[in-house]
Design a protein around this ligand. Structure first.
Ligand code: TYD
Ligand code: MG
Length: 459
């Protein structure tokens, strides 16, 4: 049968296919993302199976749950506890991990450092389609990695890369980056949706067949999503994101998806002269350089996975020159800020409608935890009254629309961390006090039921 080559249009954002060109993708609603691609239709269904000599009856074997050996899962340690924690305890054999992040975040650096650690256990293959072997060697020298077990390959041909993995059977393979890889025979250039998808599928198959863990580096686009289709995230076992800006010294590694562990955990690293060093005590680093006795600064504790992290929230109120005052927030949800300022205005009687309000979370951290609400409110009030919040006080609590202060989860680890860092007083929701009867750290607990209760501590 003569094969007919068809032209289809594929959305470069979400992978949606259409026979016609369209200005806007109907699936993800992005504009100008439909790209022409040539495809050779493959026979599917029964016809395809008959074509490869399959008689059409092919049951798969299924195992009883009790017969599955649960100890078979072996994890390789990555050399840094921070990375191990994010991965859920180490690298699982045959898993495929996607590492995303902006350029300069340190993806290549952390991968090379991991290779250095794993090379003590066996062969490691580092494939780069972006840098020359010399450049990688220079970076390895800088990171003091000098192992004969690391092999560097510079190739963009994914089929050869997979063959190399199969022949070499390394303890770990790293692909830097998926956007540079290319599967010959596909009528599209590297970095397009179909190339990324096919290359990843091939790597996945190789990883599972050869039982080799594969780490894939993926670039992110300007919106912060991994460039390429969402399907990429569905194919792989684990998706990690490297957050943090180039000009900030520290980076946060976050698991967005993890088939082998929790997605709540984060790893904190600091970029230094010799690569990324784990930060064991992120709170201490975030609170460094905190101004003393300055109005508008309030410390709270957020929970990242199982770890409490102390952050400083800053607020500034100034007289507005505009008809509608400005509200700017960095690191805190804008709508949540609007809600809290409205509550302050209505329940607290503060004249915020004639004032510009700015919120800043120090260190470039994002506060998603509602327990930071009360700290934001108190920082605003402290700025308005020009009265500092005591230096040794932390503030926890979610604020409701009627000005009530609601309970927060997992309060004990937060308080323990605060006590360790020298905080001696804590404003917290009254309802949390019940559960803290046995709490014995050296910290004074000040339960409040509503905002006016909390305001009484700033004067
Ligand atoms: P890189 O790992 O190449 O980032 P990515 O692969 O995510 O694009 O490096 C990121 C930045 O880190 C780069 O600007 C140089 C800097 N850097 C250091 O500060 N110290 C070091 O030891 C290394 C290796 C890099
Ligand atoms: Mg890189």
């Amino acid at each position: 049968m003569k094969e007919k080559i068809k032209e289809v249009y594929v959305c470069s954002e979400c992978g949606y296919q259409s026979a016609k060109w369209m200005g806007q993708c109907p699936s993800c609603l992005e504009w100008n993302t439909m790209e022409a691609q040539l495809v050779t239709p493959q026979p599917t269904g029964r016809a395809a199976r008959m074509a490869v000599g399959d008689n059409g009856f092919n049951p798969i074997s299924a195992l009883r749950l009790s017969a599955i050996d649960q100890n078979a899962e072996h994890r390789i340690q990555t050399g840094t506890t921070e990375l191990d924690r994010v991965l859920g305890g180490g690298i699982v054999n045959g898993s495929v991990v996607l590492l995303g992040g902006e350029p300069g975040a340190g993806k290549s650096t952390i991968m090379l450092q991991m290779c250095g650690a794993v090379a003590q256990l066996g062969q490691v293959l580092y494939v780069s389609g972006e840098e020359s072997a010399r450049q990688i060697k220079l970076r390895a020298d800088r990171l003091h990695i000098n192992s004969d077990n690391i092999s560097i390959a510079t190739s963009t041909n994914i089929a050869s890369v997979c063959d190399t993995i199969a022949a070499m059977k390394p303890a770990l393979a790293v692909i830097d980056s998926i956007q540079t890889m290319e599967l010959h025979g596909l009528n599209s250039s590297p970095g397009t949706v179909s190339q990324i998808r096919e290359c990843t599928s091939l790597l996945l198959r190789t990883a599972k067949e050869q039982e080799v863990p594969v780490f894939i580096i993926g670039h992110v686009n300007k919106d912060g999503a991994i460039a390429g289709p969402k399907v990429l995230e569905h194919i792989v076992d684990t998706v990690l994101y490297f957050e943090g800006e180039r000009h900030l010294a520290y980076r946060i590694l976050r698991a967005v998806k993890n088939r082998f562990g929790s997605t709540n955990e984060i790893g904190v690293f600091e970029m230094g002269e010799c690569g990324l060093a784990p930060v064991d005590n992120p709170s201490m680093m975030l609170l460094e350089g905190r101004p003393e006795n300055v109005p508008g600064s309030c410390v709270t504790s957020i929970l990242e996975g199982s770890r409490p992290i102390m952050v400083e929230v800053q607020a500034l109120l100034s007289k507005s020159v505009y008809a509608s005052p400005r509200r700017t927030s960095d690191g805190f949800d804008y709508n949540r800020m609007a809600l809290l300022t409205a509550v302050l205005e209505k329940r607290g009687g503060f004249p915020l409608s004639s004032l510009d309000a700015f919120i800043n979370v120090v260190g470039g951290l994002r506060l998603d935890d509602p327990s930071a609400d009360l700290a934001v409110v108190l920082a605003l009030v402290s700025s308005l009254r020009d009265k500092p919040i005591p230096q040794d006080m932390i503030v926890l609590g979610e604020v409701g629309l009627s000005g009530e202060v609601r309970a927060v989860s997992n309060i004990t680890p937060r308080l323990t961390e605060a006590g360790r860092l020298g905080f001696r007083r804590c404003i917290l929701p009254f309802t949390n006090l019940n559960r803290l009867k046995d709490f014995s750290a050296d910290i004074e607990l000040l339960g409040v039921r509503n905002l006016s209760g909390a305001f009484s501590y700033i004067n």
